[in-house]
Design a protein. Structure first.
Length: 274
């Protein structure tokens, strides 16, 4: 992989990780369409570590408040009464389904699901679900109104993001809307919820790299990919949350439908391997 390819893929990761259009799909599609070699899951995980840094830095006040809130607060209806501590508890509970799914399905994700046909079906299927959520959601709940059932529902949806093309943000925002969250609250909870599972996956891969090592030629692309995905991811979070305050998600629904259909056409007529 060249440094330029790493920068391009890092920028794509930074944008698509937080928009509901699937970062994994684009990280597979761009090399596929341009004839680049598949960068592999190690590079993908490093890029996700970059966007994890974006989440930690953008929401640093929230993380500090959650940690500080651990010092006190009595329970209310089985949940901590301190808002920040309550949110931390909900994030922990919501992380469990995806952690279990990742542990059980890692091999299938790495071998059987990384192909254009799966991507196209996932892009179109989640677009339809997101359209239903956008159309029929009450959009009333803010982060402070979330329940344990809301957290577990969104967390279970996050487990489905293992399927390439689903989009972690797309499926979790969809689930949040179905639970009656506002668009901005669904996006914020989605981004915060992604941090623990992304950190776990990145740590696991980094521990593996301690034994397998990293070739000298790969170090600069990995560093550039990490740096660019972190910077672009931070900006994407900032402006996407502003966008959701006054706009719908139909733009992204349309994009997913068009891209999914285009992939199917390429597979069928161009004879590209699925």
């Amino acid at each position: 992989m060249t440094p330029l390819q790493a920068i391009v893929l890092g920028a794509i990761q930074g944008v698509t990780e937080f928009l509901p259009i699937s970062s994994t799909a684009h990280l597979i599609l761009i090399p596929w369409l341009l004839g680049w070699p598949d960068q592999g899951l190690t590079f993908d995980v490093i890029l996700h570590a970059g966007t994890l840094m974006a989440i930690l830095s953008f929401f640093w006040r929230d993380w500090l408040a959650m940690l500080a809130g651990l010092a006190g607060g009595k329970s209310r209806n089985g949940l901590p009464s301190q808002p920040s501590t309550r949110l931390l508890f909900l994030l922990i509970c919501g992380t469990i389904p995806a952690a279990l799914a990742g542990y059980l399905a890692e091999h299938a994700v790495e071998t059987k699901l990384r192909n254009p046909l799966v991507l196209s079906c996932s892009m179109i299927g989640v677009a339809l679900l997101l359209w239903l959520a956008e159309r029929f959601s009450r959009k009333e709940k803010d982060l402070g109104d979330l329940s344990l059932a809301d957290s577990l529902t969104v967390g279970t949806a996050q487990a489905l993001a293992l399927v390439p093309g689903t989009s972690r943000s797309g499926i979790t925002i969809t689930a949040g809307l179905f639970r009656g969250m506002t668009r901005e609250a669904a996006a914020r909870f989605s981004f915060l919820l992604s941090a623990p599972i992304t950190a776990g996956a990145a740590l696991k891969k980094l521990l593996e790299l301690r034994h397998t090592g990293v070739a000298d030629a790969e170090r600069l692309p990995l560093f550039l990919g990490f740096l660019v995905s972190a910077a672009v991811g931070y900006l994407t979070i900032k402006y996407f949350l502003r966008f959701l305050q006054h706009n719908t998600l139909y733009l992204f629904i349309g994009y997913r439908m068009i891209l999914g259909a285009t992939i199917l056409v390429l597979i069928w007529f161009a004879g590209l391997r699925a």
